[in-house]
Structures are given as C-alpha cells and as structure tokens.
Design a protein around this ligand. Structure first.
Ligand code: NAD
Ligand code: MG
Length: 388
C-alpha cells in the first residue's frame, strides 16, 4: 500500500534526503505535494521526477518561473502562504515538515491541526509553539514523529515503555567544529569555518547553530515538548564521534541508546516507515573499526547558548520565542559577515531580557512576537553597525 506524502522544504538538506528515500521506494510512497522557499529549479525538477500534483513556492515573486518550469506536466504550481498550508493539509497522509526556522510554523501547525502524521524536522516550530502544537495534536489526533536524530533516537528507545518508567533523557552533542576552541579564537571564526561541521552535512542555519551549540539548546526545548520531561531530567553530553544519537535512562538504572552512522536518512526513514522500518543505503557501523567512543560534559562558559536555552526553558512563557527569533536574525547577520561569532549568543541574551513570563495563547500571537523580536534585533544590529 502506498502512502501519500507531502514534503515541506523539499529543496533543503532534510527535504532532499527525504526525496532520496522516497524515490528509492516508489512502491511505498506517492508524492502529492512539494514546497520550497525560492529555488524554483530544484523544486520543479523534484516535482517532475516524482510526479507530484502540487508544487508550492513560498516567495510569490517566483510564481511565474515555477509555472513556466512545470508547463506540460500534471503538476499545479502555486505560491504564497495559503498554498503552503494547502500543501500541508491536502491529500497527504504523511507530511514531512522540513522548512527551516519559524517560517515553518504556520504550515506545520496546519498539518497538525488537520490530524496528519507529521514527521517533524522543523525544530523551531516546536521551540516557539511547543504547547500549542502538542495540544493541537491531542485534539486532532495527529501523530508527531521526531526527525531530529537525537529525538528520533529517544523515540526509538522509548518504544514499548511506560512514561512513568523513564527517569532521564540524555541528548548527545557532537560539540560542533569549535569543540576545542577558546573563546578568543571563536571571536574570529568565519562563516566558512562555522558551517564546516565535522560529522553532519546540513543546511547553513543549523550548521551555525551546531557551532554555537544553540542547536543542542533548541533540541533541549524540543525534547521537553516532545517527551514531556522537565529541564532537570534532560541532560546533554558531548560525544564527538556522533555514533550514539541519544539515550534514555529508566528507573531501574538501565540505559538504552540508538547507534548508527551520521546519516539523516536513518532517522528520516524511521519516520517514513513507522511503525515499520525500511531499507536505507546508509553506511553500516563497524564498532571494531571505531574502536572507542568518547563522552564529556559540555562547557557552558565557552558555549553560553547552552545556558541561555536552559534558562529560557525553565523560565517558560515567551522566552523561547524571543530566544529563537533573536538567534535566527543573529545567525543570518553572522552568515552575511555583519557580526562576529560570539555576538550571536550575546544578541540572544539581550533579547531574552524582555521575556515577560506570559505564554502567547495563539499561533498568531507567537508570530506577532517573533516578528517584533526580529525587527528589534535587526534594528539593534544596524545601529551597532552605524556606531562602529
Ligand atoms: P535547509 O536550509 O537545507 O532547507 C530549508 C528548506 O526550507 C528549503 O527547502 C527552503 O526552501 C525552505 N525554506 C526556507 N525558508 C523558507 C520560508 N521562509 N518559507 C518557506 N520555506 C522556506 O535546512 P535543513 O538543514 O534541511 O533543515 C530543515 C529543518 O530541519 C531545520 O529546522 C533544521 O533545524 C532541522 N534539522 C535538520 C537536520 C539536517 O541534517 N539538515 C537535522 C536535524 C534537524
Ligand atoms: Mg539534531
């Protein structure tokens, strides 16, 4: 039996890995909708290959190009926010939510509200609107399957266990490209150095997040929402080899871990085939070749993002929204060469000073606060530029 799948963010790193798996197993999947931000060529190419019926480009200015690129096919071209939501809620049974950033919140939430099975890569959506999203899933009956390798590992380890038997979650972190750098050296880090991740090949934003360890902080908040454990029962351990993808500790002292090569197709495949499994072309691990696995405590002095995210989670309310928005703007500014690497966390810390303790009651309120924070941080960076 084939499953109808929509891929939001089909042109990105997770989107392309998803397409790779789907195209290798045409007997399992029928692609119904694909979306992208502006990359019309890659989107149209994927739509032609898979026979998708709907292709959506978020940027309305690219609509004419998309329509031209799809002429002569049965695939309908569309653009803009309403069309993104249509891709997320139409005939798909399974929705891969792989847009990067808070930009994915509205379509991801639409899929959840429509009761879809949602493979969730877009961690920023959970970080900014976690409770709204998990509440909506309960109401609609949607199933959320974590794509993020750590959360996918935990999800696999939890299979068949009772929530009251879980004592602790342990997220592993590779430590990123600056794991052994001093703060002084990090101050001069370039975008090229920051996106050169030692283990994983990913989009630019998450690669910078991995260098600041903000990614692990966002994952801490993500784990809290997905698995319902408080901050003090979610630990982080640095594991440079990225072989153990995360662990669960149970009340009897047992620990379960999931291991595998650092290939996102493994966790993606688990969400695509769940509750079954499917073949992937990923490299198999040889433990003897690896020889050893290392673990160490993270350093929150050199990587303040870890402290800031934990504080935001413990503070609750709107803190995670401010943190995420400030980080997205700061990462963009860093990639554009406008601010230094260590300023990313500094900007996030400043933005967090305005946290009110109140949780926004709707997605519209989350988005309003996200936009307001983006504007404030953007203005702040522009002013610092002008003063310099
Ligand atoms: P990416 O930058 O490679 O791709 C992002 C996708 O989102 C692209 O298809 C792009 O067109 C689309 N997009 C970007 N801005 C948009 C907008 N404003 N509106 C609509 N669409 C937009 O990112 P990625 O690395 O694939 O990451 C996607 C998500 O998955 C992120 O939330 C990331 O944290 C998460 N994730 C990624 C990996 C990985 O290995 N890449 C691992 C774990 C989690
Ligand atoms: Mg991850």
């Amino acid at each position: 039996m084939t499953r109808k799948i929509a891929i939001l963010g089909a042109t990105g790193s997770v989107g392309q890995s998803t397409l790779d798996l789907v195209e290798r197993s045409p007997e399992r999947f029928e692609v119904v909708a694909l979306t992208a931000n502006r990359n019309v060529d890659a989107l149209a190419d994927a739509a032609r290959r898979t026979g998708a019926r709907l292709a959506v480009v978020a940027d309305e200015g690219r609509y004419a190009d998309l329509a031209a690129a799809l002429s002569g096919t049965d695939c309908r071209a569309a653009a803009g926010e309403a069309a993104l939501a249509e891709a997320a809620t139409g005939e798909a049974e399974l929705v891969m939510a792989a847009i990067v950033g808070c930009a994915g919140l509205v379509p991801t939430m639409a899929a959840v509200e429509a009761g879809k099975t949602v493979a969730l890569a877009n961690k920023e959506a959970l970080v900014t609107a976690g409770s709204l999203m998990t509440d909506a899933a309960r109401t609609s009956g949607a199933t959320m399957l974590p794509v993020d390798s750590e959360h996918n590992a935990i999800f696999q380890c939890l299979a068949g266990s009772r929530s009251e038997d879980v004592s602790r979650l342990i997220l592993t972190a590779s430590g990123g490209p600056f794991r052994d750098w001093t703060r002084e050296r990090m101050a001069d880090a370039t975008p090229a150095q920051a996106v050169a991740h030692p283990r994983w090949d990913m989009g630019a934003k998450i690669s910078v997040d991995s260098a600041t360890l903000m990614n692990k902080g966002l994952e801490l908040i993500e784990a809290h929402h997905l698995f319902g454990l408080p901050s003090e029962r979610i630990d982080i351990v640095v594991h440079p080899q990225s072989v153990v993808h995360s662990l669960v500790e149970f009340v009897d002292g047992s620990m379960l871990a999931q291991l595998g090569s650092a290939d996102m197709r493994i966790p993606i495949a688990y969400t695509l085939a769940w509750p079954e499994r499917m073949e992937t072309p990923s490299e198999r691990l040889s433990l003897a070749d690896l020889g050893r696995l290392d673990f160490e405590d993270p350093d929150t002095e050199r990587f303040p993002a870890l402290r800031l995210t934990r504080e935001a989670l413990e503070q609750g309310g709107d803190a995670a929204i401010l943190l995420n928005a400030a980080n997205e703007i700061a990462v963009e500014a860093f990639l554009a060469g406008r601010i230094g690497f260590v300023e990313i966390a500094a900007l996030v810390e400043t933005a967090l000073e305005r946290a009110s303790g109140t949780t926004p009651a709707s997605i519209d309120a989350v988005i309003a606060l996200d936009r307001e924070t983006r504007t404030r941080v953007t203005d702040y960076i522009a002013k610092a530029d002008a003063d310099a």
